[in-house]
Design a protein around this ligand. Structure first.
Ligand code: DAV
Length: 320
């Protein structure tokens, strides 16, 4: 049996690639999903990321792959079959894996609708979900207003990075990158699993800089977004929790910025006692040590520039 959680011993993983990474034209979906918190979009760089960013990000990804191989993990990489309209840096966003089931999710950004093509051959049986391109899927009122989400409910729409797995239970963040219809669709796909929605804590992209699962009954929370664990649905509100220490800022390249400093907590579990953490996050390392969790401290220089650290740049294809 394949494990269906975030922490069981890792056997096989896809690690992303920065090659070809670019920022697409700001159509409605890009404008509202990625930049709802930006008033003036005239300064957003469109086009390929600078060569330096791509080269350094790829160097750090190679170091990460070598580390994983030394831990006896089989490492797969995106193929270069399809031109990259956005990026292959964060496969986590693109395909949701639950045991032997893999779902290419209905991603809200149009430029990512074909993102799964460069990793599809790594799955035996990939379900590709219908993705709406209708304008009424998007809510222009979200700009500058985190209380209004970017997605309406006319169709299921979500990035796989809005989800965390804990065996029989799944935590699904409702935010600009995942709507309630998306959680319902996921529940239909996984009838034996309880899909629990997390709402009203973080409006922007993805769950994995807000909550991390470390092992059965233990999670890490971002105290700037989750003021009290009672905000989490059952059973997670009853788990033990670690409050993530303040991030150590690592900066970003020029005006390219795709995440908050809380990408510091975007860690990736090799097993319940070993996680990979960005190398400057020593306060987090100390905190995890108290729970017998060792941190492999590795570089990820463009985590903020490109909007992803070790959880984002992976898909754990097999754990057990
Ligand atoms: O905290 O800015 C990071 C997105 C990670 N996939 C943040 C969201």
């Amino acid at each position: 049996m394949y494990a269906t959680n975030e922490w069981s011993p890792l056997k096989k993983v896809i690690v992303g690639s920065a090659t070809g990474a670019r920022i697409p034209e700001l159509d409605t979906s890009m404008r509202l999903i990625n930049y709802a918190d930006v008033d003036d979009i005239s300064k957003i760089n469109v086009g390929p990321y600078p060569d330096q960013v791509i080269e350094e990000a790829n160097e750090d990804l190679e170091i990460f792959c070598d580390f994983l191989r030394a831990e006896d993990v089989e490492v797969l990489r995106p193929q270069n079959n399809t031109p990259v309209e956005y990026y292959d840096y964060c496969p986590r966003d693109v395909v949701f894996v639950h045991g032997k089931k893999a779902i290419a999710t209905p991603m809200p950004i149009h430029a990512r609708h074909k993102n799964y093509l460069n990793i599809k051959d790594h799955f035996d049986n990939l379900t590709v979900t219908y993705r709406s391109k209708e304008n009424d899927l998007y809510n222009p009122g979200c700009v500058g207003n985190p209380n209004q989400l970017a997605l309406t409910e006319v169709a299921a729409s979500f990035d796989a990075a809005n989800i965390l797995r804990a065996n029989d239970d799944i935590l699904y963040l409702v935010s600009n990158s995942g709507n309630v219809q998306g959680a319902k669709y996921l529940q239909e796909q996984l009838p034996k699993t309880n899909v629990k929605m997390l709402q009203g804590v973080y409006s922007y992209m993805h769950i994995d800089s807000t909550v991390a699962f470390l092992r059965e009954g233990l999670l890490l929370i971002n105290p700037s977004r989750i003021k009290d664990v009672s905000q989490l649905p059952k059973p997670f509100c009853n788990w033990d929790y670690i409050i993530c220490p303040e991030p150590q800022p690592i900066g970003h390249y020029g005006t390219y910025r795709n995440s908050s400093n809380w990408i510091s907590m975007n860690l990736f579990s090799v097993n319940p006692n070993l996680v990979v953490v960005e190398e400057h996050q020593t306060s987090l390392q100390k905190e995890l040590k108290k729970y017998n969790i060792e941190c492999a401290m590795l570089p990820m220089r463009h985590a903020i520039t490109l909007g992803g650290s070790f959880h984002c740049v992976t898909i754990d294809v097999e754990r057990g």
